[in-house]
Design a protein around this ligand. Structure first.
Ligand code: GDP
Ligand code: MG
Length: 394
């Protein structure tokens, strides 16, 4: 990766999504080619991107290329997956969470099945912003480009993205990659980079919401009391705050006696900081790893959720038989695990290993899970599925 180390620039994660052969990999290569001219990236060829080494995330093999480049304003880590299945796995497993996606649509085809599927998944995993590159502009008339734009804006609307504000750039990734300095060639790439800089916001830590700290560890400090350790997921934690420990069917009231960051007592700590927290009126044996320390009455416990789940194929170490509902196994997320029943969406009879779908989860006891939270399901210590929470049900 290029200039990741010394860069003072804000870091943003993006990725190319869209139907097979619409030009995702060509576009990724073209971006690095154009930026190399400005000394802002090292050119990565089409073949290097497409033959990215396999990587393992949560027991599944994903082919994904991570290409780094900087624009005038920011540093980007850009993910391009060679195959449709890789894309699905990359999104569902949360292997590279995108701050925004570049939807590539070939003007010669318009929207295609994988265009829709990728947009649906992007929405489910919490991608907020989409920038559209209408590709292969060298092969069609201006009228066709306009029609494709209308069609894709309707599609964005259908999937709940901002159909009016999402920027569209028309061009030819191939011409840009071949060094053509024309409107649809290199200029289209520069325009795309400008809209990325403008339209995809810098991911912000959430300091405003009620605080939440997933508990990684807890222990007794002799002479002082019970201490829990974790990284603040959101909000600001303050000394003396009345709080509750939530999870595994229980809510336990407590308050914050002391707060330490890097072994120094502090009056408050913010989202992103790793903290040790001395809790009042609580015993170590009452706490379980995976509980959350939350502001009083700020979260709801539930044992029913919807999720997007990918079942590993047999060659990935998954099951050989399909899932047909009422499937009970252990679910793992963050630092905890719990028995869970998986049911399929109405009208779906089965999900085959190697496929993905919407499922309903019922946990053995009530937990707090937030949309976007990743989990795996294991059967006899083998990962058989990876998924992401889409909704908490009452
Ligand atoms: P991906 O499957 O979405 O990654 O698509 P690729 O980048 O592999 O491109 C698929 C095919 O379309 C390749 O043969 C490319 O050379 C070709 N292609 C990509 N962009 C353009 C373009 O702007 N114009 C033309 N004519 N062909 C293109
Ligand atoms: Mg490709």
């Amino acid at each position: 990766n290029f200039s990741t180390e010394n860069s003072e620039k804000t870091h943003i994660n993006v990725g190319t999504i869209g139907h097979v052969d619409h030009g995702k990999t060509t576009l990724t290569a073209a971006i690095t080619k154009v930026l190399q001219k400005d000394g802002l990236a090292k050119f990565v060829s089409y073949d290097e991107i497409d033959k990215a080494p396999e990587e393992k995330a949560r027991g599944i093999t994903i082919n994904a290329a991570h290409v780094g480049y900087t624009t005038k304003k920011r540093h980007y880590a850009h993910t391009d997956c060679p195959g449709h299945a890789d894309f699905i796995k990359n999104m569902i497993s949360g292997a590279s969470q995108m701050d925004g996606a570049i939807l590539v649509v070939a003007a010669t085809d318009g929207q295609m099945p994988q265009t829709r599927e990728h947009l649906l998944l992007a929405k489910q995993v919490g991608v907020q912003k989409i920038v559209v590159y209408v590709n292969k502009a060298d092969l069609v008339d201006k009228e066709v480009l306009e029609l494709v734009e209308i069609e894709v804006r309707e599609l964005l609307d259908e999937f709940g993205f901002d159909s009016e504000k999402s920027p569209f750039v028309c061009g030819s990734a191939l011409k840009a990659l071949n060094g053509e300095d024309t409107e649809i060639g290199e200029k289209s790439i520069r325009k795309l980079l400008d809209v990325l800089d403008e339209y995809i916001p810098v991911p912000e830590r959430d300091f405003m919401s009620p605080f939440m700290v997933p508990i990684d560890n807890m222990f007794l400090v002799p002479g002082r009391g019970t201490v829990v350790v974790g990284t603040i997921f959101r909000g600001i934690v303050k000394k003396n705050a009345v709080s509750e420990l939530v999870g595994f069917d229980t809510k336990i009231k407590t308050s914050i006696g002391d707060l330490q960051v890097f072994k120094k007592s502090v009056p408050e700590a913010k989202a992103g900081e790793n903290v040790g927290i001395l809790l009042r009126n609580i015993k170590v044996k009452d706490i379980e790893r995976g509980m959350l320390l939350c502001e009083m009455n700020s979260v709801k416990l539930s044992n029913r959720f919807t999720a997007s789940v990918y079942f590993l194929s047999k060659s990935e170490g998954g099951r050989s038989k399909p899932i047909t509902g009422k499937y009970i196994q252990q679910l793992f997320s963050k630092t905890w695990s719990i028995a869970c029943r998986v049911d399929l969406d109405a009208g779906v009879e089965m999900i085959m290993p190697g496929e993905h779908g919407k499922v309903y989860l019922t946990l053995l006891c009530k937990m707090v899970m937030t949309p976007g939270q990743c989990f795996t399901i294991r059967e006899n210590k083998i990962t058989v599925a990876t998924g992401i929470i889409t909704e908490t049900l009452p």
